[in-house]
Design a binder for this molecule. Structure first.
Ligand SMILES: Cc1cc2nc3c(=O)[nH]c(=O)nc-3n(C[C@H](O)[C@H](O)[C@H](O)COP(=O)(O)OP(=O)(O)OC[C@H]3O[C@@H](n4cnc5c(N)ncnc54)[C@H](O)[C@@H]3O)c2cc1C
Length: 362
């Protein structure tokens, strides 16, 4: 084994972001994942980097804002260093407003966005007519019963598979090792200091160790299914309609996500729930009717008990730091989670926000 300062277990977006942050500070890092790069939740199709609403401000929203604002620089540097596309595009988001109450609430949030997002981005209620792209562009407006929509400029998107491949390439370009397959399996024994960014499997493994001590579980996996359609709306805003994300990727495909399944038998299989998602998407956006399906995919999101990211010392193992709990917004949180973990493991500086600590889930 080459001499390293840090071993990261898990080559999903969180583990790779931790490795990237540490390498940029000059540390020698290796990432180990027997299943391969983005073999877990990070190998998906959707890639919405979208904020929670700007009202009722809290630590989680502040952390998310900081991370989303980091995303543009983060992913452009990853693309530059790796020479690979990430699919990142700061193209904003549109959400139709169903009734007058929704319009009034969305208008109140304009002021919340000014107060909490500052100059960085805006959240505005707009009339559909004002968004008409004109005859030269393909239409991309979800029907809105009120004729009004929210347009926010903080939302961006990326292509999860491309982005994680590029991030692994960038890690390697900075001298980091990414060890997968049988080579990874032979490195099973922990060699602290280590960061475990092992996703839903990692939460289950932690639960088993906690259960041996009669302690409650720290979280659970939540399955999600998504699909990719052959529809080119590259450069247009993502849509959030009827609880679904419609993501126009730069490569000319369109992702639709996702189901939320707390109980499931098969982690990676897709089924009728995904067909139902497509039917709902067609109902919300009739131009999707008859478009070819290119891919169907399922993964298990790592959800900590608190539903927030879970970072800090492993409760039972010395020298192990956990970076987990990305749940539904792991890609959005990854740039800042990487930096916060690098601060902790390389500099002993703990700036994990309240509510994001491992202890909050025990
Ligand atoms: C359908 C779906 C849609 C989603 N949509 C979005 C979205 O639009 N925007 C967004 O931000 N997020 C989204 N997410 C969530 C996002 O994908 C996750 O939050 C994120 O991928 C979690 O990253 P991770 O690195 O923590 O976990 P993972 O990507 O699961 O990575 C964990 C890795 O650890 C490895 N591993 C496990 N055990 C070990 C071990 N003992 N040793 C070494 N390696 C190990 C696994 O092989 C895996 O590669 C979605 C998720 C799903 C399922």
């Amino acid at each position: 084994m080459a001499t390293v300062d840090l071993t990261v277990r898990g080559a999903g977006v969180i583990g790779l972001s931790v490795a990237w942050a540490c390498l940029r500070r000059g540390a020698r890092v290796r990432v180990i994942d027997p299943a391969g790069i983005a073999a877990g939740a990070s190998g998906g199709l959707v890639g919405a980097l979208a904020p929670h609403t700007p009202d009722r401000w809290n630590e989680k929203k502040a952390f998310q804002l900081e991370s989303l604002l980091m995303a543009r620089g983060f992913w452009s540097e990853v693309a530059e260093v790796s020479g690979l596309p990430t699919g990142y595009a700061p193209t904003g988001r549109l959400q139709p407003l169903a009734d007058d109450r929704a319009v009034a609430l969305a208008r109140e949030r304009e002021a919340d966005a000014r107060a909490n997002w500052g100059e960085a981005a805006n959240w505005r209620v707009v009339a559909a007519n004002d968004l008409d792209p004109g005859a030269h562009e393909a239409p991309w407006l979800p029907p809105s019963p009120t004729g009004m929509l929210v347009h926010d400029t903080l939302s961006a998107l990326l292509h999860p598979r491309q982005a994680t491949r590029a991030l692994a390439g960038a890690v390697r370009a900075l001298g980091g090792e990414v060890i997968t397959g049988v080579d990874a399996a032979s490195e099973a024994a922990p060699n602290p200091p280590e960061v475990w960014a092992t996703g839903a499997e990692g939460i289950e493994a932690l639960n088993r160790e906690l259960a041996e001590q009669g302690r409650r579980s720290a979280g659970a996996g939540v399955k999600g299914q998504a699909m990719l359609l052959d529809l080119d709306r590259a450069g247009r805003p993502q849509l959030f309609v009827d609880g679904m994300h419609l993501i126009p990727h730069l490569d000319g495909t369109l992702a639709i996500g996702s189901t939320t399944e707390r109980y499931y038998e098969e982690a990676t299989g897709t089924d009728a729930q995904l067909d139902e998602l497509l039917s709902r998407a067609v109902a919300a956006m009739p131009e999707l009717d008859g478009v070819s399906v290119l891919d169907r995919w399922a993964g298990v999101r790592p959800r900590a008990r608190s539903r927030a990211p879970m970072m800090g010392a492993h409760p039972l193992r010395k020298g192990i730091t956990l970076a987990n709990g990305g749940f539904k917004i792991g890609f959005g949180m990854a740039p800042l989670m990487g930096e916060v973990i690098a601060d902790l493991v390389l500099e002993g500086r703990d700036r994990i926000p309240p509510g994001f600590r491992v202890e909050d889930n025990l």
